[in-house]
Design a protein around this ligand. Sequence first.
Ligand SMILES: C[S@@+](CC[C@H](N)C(=O)[O-])C[C@H]1O[C@@H](n2cnc3c(N)ncnc32)[C@H](O)[C@@H]1O
Length: 300
Amino acid sequence: MTPTAFYKSPNRDFTLVEGDTLAVLPAFDFEFDMIFADPPYFLSNGGISVHAGRQVCVDKGPWDKSPGRAAERAFTRAWLAAAREKLSPNGTIWISGTFHNIFIVAQLLEELGFRLLNAVTWEKTNPPPNLSRRVLTHATEILLWARKFPKIPHRYNYETLRAIAGGKQMRDLWRLPAIAPWEKTNGAKHPTQKPLSLLTRILLSCTKPNDWILDPFCGSATTGIAANLLGRRFLGIDADPGFLRLAQTRRAAIDAPLARQTLRRRIQGFQSPSQLETILEQENPSPNNRLAEPGLGLPF
Ligand SMILES: C[S@@+](CC[C@H](N)C(=O)[O-])C[C@H]1O[C@@H](n2cnc3c(N)ncnc32)[C@H](O)[C@@H]1O
């Protein structure tokens, strides 16, 4: 059965679907140019921290509770296989994680026939302190980048990334801030919202205007907001309608072109606040083309 949309933006460049990604993904017939996935890391198992002098639980939600190592692996294998089916032959996938889950993801990518391209280390310039003082402060996340087939070439926007890196080759170490308060401005917050600076760089590295981007665990849809700010189209899936409502609110807030421009100028990781605008003009000289044309939505 074709899935129905929880929300579709007026110009159809942003669609949200509610449900278990394992059930939703196989149900429609479409190939995406690129996939970004920020899956559960399975770290919410009753950990305690201290905030403002009081003990607090650091759990993100029931969706992040570990079902046990074997079940974690089976779930990861299942969603990676389902996502691969929906990736175009020259498409690429990015997956974020930490040392807790990312080695399993890397192993499964190879098992499933992907070819690993890079493991990018995202170094957070402002990591939260480690309150236990028993291990090093966790200041990094890993982003695996892989293509669908070993032998079919993928897209890499080498010159764009070289410009962002100030004229040098972009390295696989990215120093970008963790989520900033100005990004959490639309009511309820997502506990693991990714920063727009990270998603913007990822999207600029391997997609082109009007490409279709899939996020199978979209949460507050940072991927979709970044995609639309760059003139790419987006489908996001999440099991939690509360997070999807937040995603919808975030998308409505960038309906006006001026709001999009203002937000773009706040995104960090560029040589200057206007560099992103310059890159977008070079990618697509007609500003009217920067948003997907109405009518070019997903076929459902
Ligand atoms: C790490 S969060 C993603 C956060 C997102 N990157 C953002 O910026 O807001 C993972 C999301 O996956 C969702 N989720 C977990 N298991 C799922 C499943 N089986 N199907 C669909 N969504 C799921 C959770 O509700 C959660 O919002």
